[in-house]
Design a protein around this ligand. Structure first.
Ligand SMILES: [Ca+2]
Ligand SMILES: [Ca+2]
Ligand SMILES: [Ca+2]
Ligand SMILES: [Ca+2]
Length: 341
């Protein structure tokens, strides 16, 4: 199996999320769960020294879902170590709205970037290879790049997070066999866009936000995120990712010419219904949430404690106090004591 074919994505993005899909992981505990919570008799907030036991599991935890991208790290097309090559990266058709790609001075291709590479001394961010979009013939003549339409479609009530490594290649001469092409002056940076589309319509993009912060010979992570409700006009349309070289002259002396891309990932986080007590909005009510609740306890007829984190509304019955009644409501939503172990 090509290890580059599917990224593993951990639990990131504490977006309030959920929905149900076949690949969505649901988690619940139906049986009794118990834990002791430090109790003392002196201070109201510590009266929470209770035992949580036998809670119904009516809340669910839903994990982010990585969406399938073909050749996401550009490892499918071999290039000699340390070198570059003009080629069409597998599964990535060109995006060429102005018809400027010519296979010569305006080309797409691949790089093999071991650590110590003259072009990127730290090597490729993922695997050995990266993609290149090289535009030297017609600087200023408009953007070009790579694109891929995915098998997944735009879903309602879902937050999408797209991440791509964007590189600013350094000048240099490659090792044999690509040394025959001589020295490449790649100083400067021509600008980039990373776009997420649905049905051919851009629904989110990073429009060159990192340009000033990517040193020569380094990559930086571009991240775009969009939350899609249930009325988005592109619902059900195929998702698409574009990786674009803006082809804008940096300076007259160092126009830039090339942008490089690697490690493309797209994660969908379905939204979950709001649940009492899910203070960190990760679709469950667990010890992480309890950790926030306990900071808010003021005691009977008391306002929330000053230690209550900003944005946490632990007054679950709306009587302006955070006390044992709120704790009972919190307990009834409790789903998983194991997560915080
Ligand atoms: Ca790679
Ligand atoms: Ca450069
Ligand atoms: Ca939670
Ligand atoms: Ca209350």
């Amino acid at each position: 199996m090509n290890t580059d074919s599917m990224h593993e994505v951990g639990r990131s993005g504490k977006t309030h999320a959920a929905n149900a899909g076949s690949s969505v992981k649901r988690k619940s505990i139906g049986g009794a769960t118990s834990m002791e919570v430090g109790v003392t008799r002196c201070r109201p907030r510590r009266l929470l020294a209770l035992v949580i036991a036998t809670f119904a599991s009516d809340a669910v935890s839903i994990e982010p879902v990585p969406l399938a991208i073909s050749n996401p790290g550009f490892e499918a097309d071999f290039v000699s170590e340390g070198c570059f090559e003009v080629l069409f990266p597998a599964a990535w058709p060109v995006y060429d709205p102005n018809g400027i790609l010519n296979g010569g001075g305006n080309s797409v291709g691949g790089l093999n970037l071991p650590p110590g590479s003259v072009f990127f001394p730290a090597g490729a961010p993922q695997g050995d290879h990266a993609a290149l979009v090289f535009l030297s013939s017609t600087i200023g003549a408009g953007p070009a790049g790579l694109t891929q339409v995915l098998g997944d479609t735009l879903q309602a009530d879902t937050t999408y997070t797209l991440t791509v490594q964007v590189g600013n290649i350094a000048s240099g001469i490659g090792p044999p066999p690509c040394d025959v092409f001589g020295f490449f002056d790649l100083d400067g940076f021509p600008g980039y866009q990373v776009q997420l589309l649905a049905g051919g319509v851009v629904i989110a993009e990073d429009d060159n936000s990192l340009a000033a912060t990517i040193p020569e010979g380094e990559f930086r992570l571009s991240t775009i995120q969009v939350s899609v409700g249930n009325t988005h006009p592109q619902l059900g349309d195929p998702l698409e990712i574009r990786l674009i070289n803006l082809n804008v002259a940096d300076t007259p002396g160092d126009p830039g010419i090339e942008v490089d891309f690697d490690d493309v990932r797209l994660v969908a986080q379905p939204a979950c219904a709001a649940v009492d007590g899910d203070f960190d909005t990760d679709c469950d009510v667990d010890l992480d949430d309890f950790g926030q609740f306990r900071l808010c306890v003021g005691g009977p007829n008391q306002r929330p404690s000053k230690s209550c984190p900003p944005g946490v509304d632990a007054d679950l019955d709306g009587d302006l106090h955070v006390d044992l009644i709120d704790y009972a409501i919190f307990s009834a939503s409790f789903t998983d004591a194991r997560e915080a172990e």
